[in-house]
Design a protein around this ligand. Structure first.
Ligand SMILES: Cc1cc2nc3c(=O)[nH]c(=O)nc-3n(C[C@H](O)[C@H](O)[C@H](O)COP(=O)(O)OP(=O)(O)OC[C@H]3O[C@@H](n4cnc5c(N)ncnc54)[C@H](O)[C@@H]3O)c2cc1C
Length: 536
């Protein structure tokens, strides 16, 4: 099975390259009014063939020619991820760090052989799943200490190898893309039920290595929670962890590789828990006049032990920008689901808590089994995955579309919300000279805290978009770190978030990671510059 591929310059499949027209219309109408402009200074994406690349710096030995390539097209396709910087550079035709070789590995032996070759060639090795990294995790920006870069594309490792119906687990190869692994699990009546917004174009190995978050708002939503065991190929050998439902025997080896973002080894397969498909569902939209009061209702629900599948409050601007609602209200999307039992009692209790905080809702909508497809709920559901196309619409029109997410305990949330909102708004004005659109929503909720996610749009200038974006991003994340939050709640560190990862961890811990890396990767070839800073 050959997975369909993402188009090289944006979102969606290469055989359906058009950007959905309604999204273009939405964005143009909203932002022309917002910024008071009649048209945008729009540039076109360069044709793939016209992109200039430096020559490959190493030749492919004869024995690797079956699965390694250095064609112009493959090097372009593996030169960039999907960060705001990537989008600007894609539209400018700037590909200053292409890989020299792309290895479409077919099995673990291919990976071992490529690593041996890389040691001799003094090459860096970059693991590549779907390439949806939003922080420079797959860009071969490795510095001058390497004579070449070999990108290891895992997408040929795309099979569900085994399903254990009794324990409800599956053994899945790491390069399986979201839709492909779900299609293979479906005949078994189960689902991994892990749906990050990038689901369509990202892989199991990418999810595990970045500790991705799926779109369910509470409980089992992080891929970490599903992983039972895995196999990881490193330059010093292969690590196979033990398949167990839980384990108190010392530090957990899976946890060392999860979140290492390819700096400690290449994950080739994992045993993961799967779940029955949901049969019982209830969902409703609850409206609030004030975001922080709505957030208090969310805290009440999270601390009541109810675990909704959706518990996402979006503010009024988030609802407007995405054409979900212009009622000028904050909206809490609340849903419960189960493969096993009706969920009415949980919903009733959650709505009581909403009512106690002034939430307004119409219970009657739940009589319709299709309520999740109607009104605000339906519009949010439809637009949520489509927002993945936004950057290919905004970037060529000089609109900077930035996002950042953090996590913070409830006691510190109000200050975090007020400060980050204030600083981001001011930074947009400093960077571009005019007000921008700024909105906030929750992506995940825990009994002890939440993960707020800000989206912002400002009108920049071609030629300055990256610096303008960096100015806003830095102001906001500096503040998040100062207030004790995380540099990222779920969208990874990559190369771009390294300064803030270093700011939130101890020197001693970084030395422990360096020691681990030196053990498995003595030539320091695996994804250099990501997660583990160089040093003694
Ligand atoms: C539009 C959009 C929406 C997104 N939404 C979400 C979201 O909802 N939740 C979320 O968590 N993230 C999200 N992301 C970020 C991104 O999709 C995730 O980080 C995802 O886990 C990356 O998977 P991938 O297969 O594309 O990995 P890649 O982008 O190919 O790689 C990511 C990192 O993992 C390493 N890696 C990849 N495969 C392996 C492997 N087999 N072994 C070891 N290392 C490996 C790479 O070297 C790189 O450092 C989004 C990104 C975009 C563009």
């Amino acid at each position: 099975m050959q997975p369909r591929r993402i188009k090289h310059w944006g979102w969606g499949y290469e055989d359906e390259p058009d950007t959905p027209q309604f999204l273009i219309d939405n964005m143009e109408s909203y932002f022309s009014k917002f910024f008071g402009v009649s048209e945008f200074n729009t540039i076109a994406v360069p044709a793939l063939e016209s992109i200039a690349l430096r020559k490959p710096r190493i030749d492919i030995p004869e024995r690797f020619k079956d699965f390694c390539t250095n064609t112009h097209e493959e090097r372009v396709r593996h030169a960039r991820g999907r960060s705001p910087i990537d989008y600007v550079k894609i539209f400018n035709g700037e590909y200053e760090n292409p890989p020299d070789v792309v290895a479409y590995v077919r099995n673990e032996q291919d990976i071992i052989d490529v690593m041996d070759w890389a040691v001799g060639a003094k090459a860096a090795v970059i693991p590549f799943g779907g390439g949806t990294s939003v922080n420079g995790g797959v860009e071969p920006r490795v510095g001058d200490g390497y004579e070449a870069v070999i990108t290891v594309d895992t997408t040929q490792l795309n099979k569900v190898l085994e399903v254990d119906d009794t324990s409800r687990c599956a053994r899945i190869q790491a390069g399986a893309l979201g839709p492909d692994l779900e299609a293979q699990l479906k005949p078994h009546g189960v689902s991994l039920r892990h749906f990050p917004q990038s689901f369509q174009h990202s892989t199991l190995g990418g999810w595990i290595s970045t500790r991705s978050g799926g779109h369910f708002a509470t409980q089992y939503t992080h891929i970490d929670e599903f992983v039972e065991s895995m196999r990881v190929v490193t330059p010093s050998g292969t690590v196979a962890t033990r398949r167990m439902p839980g384990d108190g025997a010392g530090p957990d080896p899976d946890r060392l590789f999860m979140g290492a973002e390819g700096s400690l080894g290449i994950i080739t397969e994992a045993w993961v828990q799967v779940q029955g498909r949901s049969k019982f569902r209830k969902s409703i939209a609850v409206f609030f006049d004030d975001f922080l009061t709505g957030a208090e209702a969310v805290r009440g629900i999270a601390q009541a032990g109810l675990y909704p599948s959706n518990l996402r409050i979006i503010d009024a601007e988030e609802a407007r920008v995405n054409f979900v609602s212009d009622k000028n209200k904050d909206i809490l999307f609340l849903a419960f689901e189960s493969a096993d039992h009706p969920v009415d009692a949980w919903m009733d209790r959650a709505l009581e808590i909403c009512a106690d905080h002034g939430g307004q809702f119409d219970r009657a909508v739940m009589d319709n089994p299709e309520s999740h497809r109607q009104e605000e709920q339906g519009r949010w559901r439809d637009i949520f995955m489509e927002t993945s196309y936004y950057r290919e619409i905004t970037t060529p029109r000089e609109i900077i579309y930035g996002t950042m997410e953090t996590s913070v305990t409830w006691d510190r949330f109000p200050e975090m919300y007020e400060r980050v909102t204030d600083i981001t708004g001011r930074a947009m004005k400093e960077a571009t000279g005019r007000e921008g659109s700024l909105s906030c929503r929750f992506v995940y909720v825990y009994p002890d805290g939440c993960a707020p996610y800000w989206s912002w749009y400002c009108l920049g200038n071609h030629g300055a978009l990256i610096d303008q974006w960096k100015h806003v991003k830095k102001a906001a994340i500096d503040e998040m770190i100062r207030l004790g939050g995380s540099t990222t709640h779920h969208t990874s560190v990559g190369r771009d978030h390294m300064p803030w990862l270093n700011a939130q961890t101890d020197d001693l811990f970084r030395n422990m990671l360096r020691a681990a890396k030196r053990t498995v990767d003595p030539s320091w070839m695996l994804n250099p510059g990501v997660i583990i800073p160089p040093g003694t």
